[in-house]
Design a protein. Structure first.
Length: 273
């Protein structure tokens, strides 16, 4: 289904995530003439994309009317300065969709007109290839139509889940927002272990990349739980079992991931305070 909105879309911030979203919207058929980018220095990739599709971009793009959606895709520490600049552009029917980590609905509303419709979302970096995971929460001013528009924009780059409890977004950030970095670290460590065990670095890197990508796709497609998939590949007293004995010791991988998620969630709460 072709992506369409009731009015113009203003993308504020055109870095990696903003650019990933933009590419996803264009892939889904959003009219480039309805898109405007506010960023004094967009990434080279986004700048090229804007030129190719004739998208207006700059410090203060001239919108033809009040935007249907304003997407805030800047670093969290920039939002407090930027929102007052965006505020005059908002109309009565505009919804603000923020992907700034740690910035709460109440914190965003503080800089915007009363009763502004606001959606806070946390996508992750696989959005760059249309395989993202986004979790979103809306304030009470968001209408069903505005929620539909935000859902369509996020769904253009992957799966979307809506929640009612905003407090959960700190843990969501720690699991799926930061999660890709944990997987990349696993690939890095697996390749390094292969090199130490005698493999050529290029071969070790390739084995780690393809194995993790393939296992991830199997996990995504399978109806089995991750526990069942792990058990299916673990023969008693086999090579995998020997490795898992090391990973599953009392303070092994599970313990470390619990600490990692707790640390990331704590930092997300700190950003929102």
């Amino acid at each position: 289904m072709t992506l369409s909105l009731a009015g113009p879309l203003l993308l504020v911030g055109a870095g990696k995530m903003g650019g990933a979203l933009l590419e996803g919207w264009l892939r889904q058929g959003l009219d480039p003439k309805s898109v405007f980018i506010q960023d004094p220095a967009p990434s080279a990739r986004v700048e090229a994309l804007a030129v190719r599709h004739g998208i207006a971009a700059g410090l203060a793009p001239d919108l033809p009317g009040e935007p249907s959606v304003v997407v805030i895709a800047v670093k969290p520490q920039v939002t407090d300065k930027l929102l007052p600049e965006v505020e005059p552009l908002l109309g009565e029917k505009t919804v603000v969709l923020s992907i700034a980590a740690g910035r709460t609905l109440a914190g965003l509303a503080h800089h915007l007109p009363p009763d502004t419709a606001i959606v806070r979302a946390m996508p992750n970096t696989p959005a760059a290839i249309g395989q993202g995971m986004s979790v979103a929460v809306a304030n009470r001013s968001v209408t069903p139509e505005q929620k539909r528009e935000c859902d369509a924009l996020l769904a253009a780059v992957g799966e979307v889940i809506w929640i009612d409890d905003e407090m959960l977004l700190d843990t969501v950030t720690a699991v799926s927002g930061s999660g890709p970095a944990y997987v990349f670290l696993l690939a890095e460590c697996l390749a390094e272990a292969g090199v130490k065990a005698g493999l050529d670095p290029a071969l070790a890197d390739r084995l780690a990349r393809v194995t993790i990508a393939g296992a991830g796709e199997l996990l995504r497609r399978s109806d089995l739980t991750s526990v069942q998939l792990r058990e299916n590949v673990t023969s008693p007293q086999g090579t995998t079992a020997a490795a898992l004995e090391e990973l599953m010791v009392e303070k092994g991988l599970k313990h470390l991931l619990n600490r990692a998620v707790a640390a990331a969630a704590k930092r997300s709460r700190e950003l929102s305070s």
